[in-house]
Design a protein around this ligand. Structure first.
Ligand code: SF4
Ligand code: SF4
Length: 385
C-alpha cells in the first residue's frame, strides 16, 4: 500500500502491536502502556504485548475499583486507571537545584532533566484533552516551564478510541470523549481480529510506514467509528434512562460557571465537608490538577541540600497559608475552592474547563464523593445577584 500520511488509516493484525513497540524502542523511545500492578491498571514500561491487560475490564464507582476478566472484552476495553499522563510531564517529585557546601562556599548544580523520549500507548480522549489543558497552563501563559516543555516535546502519543465507558466516566457531557480528539501521533481502533491505526502526525506516519499494514477493507473504518459512536449514544441516553452501571455519569454544563460562583454560601458545601477527609486523593489522580510546591531538603550533615518540586494540593492546610494564616482554613472552603476553580474560575483563567470528565476523582475518593452529584445538588438555577 502507499506510504501512510496524516489522516490515513492502516490495518494490522493484533499481534503486530509487538512490532509497533519494537519499532518505537529501536527509535530510542521508552515505551509505556497499560499494565496491571497491585490490582489496578497503570502506565508502566511495556516490552511485550503479553504484558497488556487484554480480556480485562474495570468496575468503577464512587470509592470503588476492581478488575475482572471478561471473555467478551478486547485488548483495550478497560478505561482509565488511577494514573494519567501527568507524571510523565510533571513528575510527582523532582530536584530543581542541588547545593553542596565546600570549605569556602556553596556550589550549585542544576540537575539534568530526564528527557528520554517516551511513547505512551493506550491514551483515551479525556487524557489527550487533559494534556492540552496542561499545555495551556505550562506552555501558553506568560511563563513557559522549561522542564515541562522538554518532556512534552519528547512524547509520542498512541490513543485508543473507547468502546466501553465506566459508570464514573462523563466525558460525553464535556465533549472530551469517548472518541479521540486531535493531538495523537497514532489513533487505535479495535476490531475483532485487527487494529486500525489512524495517522495523526508526521512522526506517526513515519512509524506506521514500518508496520507493513494493509489498506482497511471497505466499511471497516465506518465500523470502527460506529463502535465509539454507539458508546457515545449510550452515554447520552443514560441520563434519560438512569442506568449507571455501564454508560457513565452526566455533568450538566449549562451556566455551570455562574451556578457555582453564584452559590458560594449554599448549605451543600458544609454537607460535603462532613464527608470529605481532605486527603487530597482527588487532586493527585486528576490529570489537570497542576499545583506544586518547592521545598529544600538537606542531608543529616547539612552539607548537601536539594531543592525539590513536588505535587501539592488545595486540600492541604499549607496550600493557602499566608503570614496571616491559611486562606482556606476549613474543609468546606477547600472543597469549594477545588470545585469552583476546576469548573468555574478555570474558564476565566485559562479559557477552558479544568475538568475532562475522566471520573478518577470519583473512583479514588475513599468516601466516594462524586462531583457530578455535588454540582447537581447546587441546583440548575443561576442565583440572582
Ligand atoms: S473529595 Fe474525596 S478524595 Fe478529595 S479530598 Fe475529599 S475525601 Fe479526599
Ligand atoms: S476533576 Fe475529576 S473527573 Fe474532572 S478531570 Fe479531574 S479527576 Fe477527572
Amino acid at each position: 500500500m502507499a506510504s501512510p500520511r496524516i489522516g490515513s488509516w492502516i490495518k494490522i493484525p493484533k499481534e503486530r502491536l509487538q512490532q509497533l513497540i519494537d519499532t518505537l524502542a529501536s527509535d530510542g523511545y521508552r515505551v509505556v502502556g497499560p499494565r496491571i500492578r497491585d490490582g489496578a491498571i497503570i502506565l508502566d514500561d511495556l516490552t511485550d504485548i503479553r504484558q497488556l491487560p487484554a480480556g480485562v475490564v474495570d468496575e468503577q464507582d464512587g470509592g470503588h475499583y476492581r478488575l475482572r476478566e471478561d471473555p467478551t472484552a478486547g485488548w483495550f476495553d478497560f478505561v482509565v486507571g488511577p494514573q494519567s499522563l501527568k507524571p510523565f510531564v510533571l513528575p510527582p517529585r523532582e530536584p530543581l537545584l542541588q547545593l553542596q557546601r565546600t570549605s569556602e562556599t556553596w556550589q550549585t548544580e542544576t540537575p539534568e532533566i530526564d528527557d528520554r523520549p517516551v511513547a505512551v500507548l493506550g491514551l483515551r480522549g479525556c487524557d489527550l484533552h487533559a494534556l492540552s489543558i496542561m499545555d495551556r497552563v505550562f506552555l501558553e501563559g506568560p511563563y513557559v516551564d522549561p522542564r515541562y516543555e522538554k518532556r512534552r516535546a519528547s512524547l509520542f502519543l498512541i490513543g485508543v478510541h473507547c468502546r466501553r465507558a465506566a459508570p464514573t466516566c462523563f466525558c460525553h457531557s464535556l465533549k472530551t470523549g469517548p472518541a479521540l480528539p486531535a493531538g495523537f501521533d497514532l489513533g487505535l481502533s479495535e476490531l475483532e481480529e485487527h487494529f486500525l491505526l489512524e495517522v495523526g502526525s508526521r512522526r506517526g506516519a513515519a512509524v506506521a510506514a514500518r508496520l507493513q499494514g494493509e489498506e482497511p477493507a471497505s466499511g471497516e473504518i465506518t465500523r470502527a467509528r460506529m463502535a465509539t459512536r454507539a458508546l457515545e449514544q449510550r452515554m447520552h441516553d443514560r441520563p434519560l434512562h438512569g442506568d449507571r452501571r455501564t454508560a457513565g455519569r452526566w455533568l450538566e454544563t449549562d451556566h455551570l460557571r455562574d451556578r457555582l460562583l453564584g452559590n458560594l454560601e449554599h448549605p451543600r458545601w458544609s454537607e460535603v465537608a462532613e464527608r470529605c477527609l481532605a486527603c487530597a486523593n482527588c487532586t493527585m489522580v486528576c490529570p489537570t490538577c497542576f499545583c506544586t510546591t518547592v521545598e529544600e531538603v538537606s542531608d543529616l550533615s547539612g552539607d548537601s541540600v536539594t531543592r525539590m518540586r513536588r505535587w501539592e494540593s488545595c486540600f492541604t492546610w499549607e496550600h493557602s497559608y499566608t503570614t496571616a494564616g491559611p486562606v482556606h482554613p476549613t474543609t468546606q472552603s477547600r472543597y469549594r475552592q477545588w470545585l469552583t476553580h476546576k469548573l468555574a474560575s478555570w474558564h476565566d483563567q485559562f479559557g477552558t474547563s479544568g475538568c475532562v470528565g475522566c471520573g478518577r476523582c470519583i473512583t479514588w475518593c475513599p468516601v466516594g464523593i462524586d462531583l457530578t452529584e455535588e454540582v447537581a445538588a447546587l441546583g440548575n438555577e443561576v442565583p440572582h445577584a
